[in-house]
Design a protein around this ligand. Structure first.
Ligand code: GMT
Length: 374
């Protein structure tokens, strides 16, 4: 098959899933064309079956808001028509699914194009439900040839909010297994935890929905009982608030704000616990990435997280904002190394058994085949 993929190229789960999907489709012999305004950040290695088409938006003084969706639709139409794409797979409804609809209409006299849309979370739960986007988001879902959601939670919210005229299929996010996922960054650990101090990691885009300040609150409480170090991976609007809270609580020397990082697996695998206290999370890809590194996830019980974090198997879930409970769970694990080790192994196994790439990619391929046979 020839598949076009459009996604956000920056640091964020939807772009990571789209990129890894494209790489795996290419590995299986399909031809993949990425369309985005920058090179997706995990699309580094060369493959003769992967093509990247940059979407440029001209800048004109009249435009207070350069119309990216239109430039994307134009690029999609051009690539679909001249590269004979079978499908455009839009990751995150806004604006990718809408641009795909426009592209399909533009070329329908020359080339049939199918649209698959994958909903990732905030395109439904935050942005898409805002009155300024609600109708166009519903339209893009209804006009897609197939729609998937990354969790049952997200599927149910989509149905509740948009009453779509088509079924929404749940296809979970996925991870690969790689020996490197178990490799700790010894250099880093020697520097930050030279006496074997326990390490908590957090990875996100530091948006308010991630509640990064809760990570600091938890670290402070754990530190009252035993030494602990924290790796804060990523960057975003709440970073300064978290930094300043760490200073206020007197634990700034134990919290390492690493900013955006490429090799997240190396950092995640260096931790003992992954902490994701999000207000809302449709799936929680970073928690899955930690689990495959053998790092159990302590998360809030929001959104789709309980579909991923199984109590006592891959981690524990706690009500949003309950930093006391999160700290108690982490302390209990840190004080019982044998239990932590068992949880580490079962978290990794759970991730591999349920979310391995070889289990999930065939579901997308089957979906593409169904769409093309209609
Ligand atoms: O969480 C974000 O702000 C990023 C967003 C994205 O589109 O990259 O993440 C969403 O998609 C991820 C991949 O499917 C999911 O793992 C995240 O849970 C989801 N974020 C939210 O629902 C807040």
């Amino acid at each position: 098959m020839k598949i076009g993929i459009s996604c956000y190229p920056t640091y964020g789960g939807s772009g990571v899933v789209a990129t890894e999907l494209g790489k795996n489709l290419a590995r299986l012999g399909h031809e993949v064309h990425f369309m985005a305004y920058a090179l997706p950040y995990r699309l580094k290695d060369f493959s003769d079956r992967i093509f990247y088409h940059e979407v440029k938006v001209i800048n004109y003084p009249l435009f207070d808001y350069p119309p990216y969706s239109l430039a994307l639709a134009t690029k999609m139409a051009e690539i679909a028509r001249y590269q004979q794409l079978d499908i455009v797979h839009a990751h995150y409804a806004i604006p990718h699914a809408i641009s795909a609809y426009l592209a399909r209409e533009m070329i329908k006299a020359y080339h049939p194009l199918k649209i698959v849309t994958t909903l990732h979370g905030t395109d439904i739960t935050l942005v898409g439900r805002d009155p300024s986007f609600l109708d166009v988001t519903k339209f893009s879902i209804d006009q897609s040839d197939a729609v998937t959601a990354v969790s049952r939670y997200l599927r149910d919210r989509t149905i509740e909010t948009f009453h779509p005229n088509r079924p929404i299929e749940v296809i979970y996010n996925f991870i690969e297994d790689h020996p490197d996922h178990l490799r700790k960054c010894e250099k880093l650990l020697q520097r930050i935890a030279p006496h074997g101090e326990k390490v908590i990691a957090h990875l996100s885009n530091f948006r308010p929905v991630k509640r990064v300040v809760d990570v600091i609150e938890v670290a402070y409480r754990v530190k009252q009982q035993m030494p602990v170090k924290v790796l804060m991976i990523g960057d975003g609007p709440e970073r300064s608030r978290a930094e300043s809270r760490a200073r206020e609580l007197g634990i700034a020397q134990d919290v390492y704000f690493l900013g955006k990082q490429d090799d997240v697996y190396l950092l995640l695998s260096s931790a003992d616990i992954f902490l994701m206290p999000s207000e809302l999370e449709s799936f929680g890809l970073a928690a899955l990435e930690a689990m495959v590194c053998g790092v159990p996830a302590i998360t809030s019980n929001a959104g789709g997280l309980p579909e991923l974090v199984k109590e006592g198997i891959s981690g524990y879930t706690v009500p949003v904002g309950d930093v006391e409970r999160m700290s108690e769970i982490i302390l209990a694990l840190f004080q019982d190394p044998a239990r932590l080790e068992r949880l580490s192994q079962s978290a990794r196994q759970y991730a591999l058994d349920n979310f391995h790439v070889d289990k999930i990619i065939p579901q997308y391929i089957q979906l593409y085949e169904n769409v093309l046979s209609r």
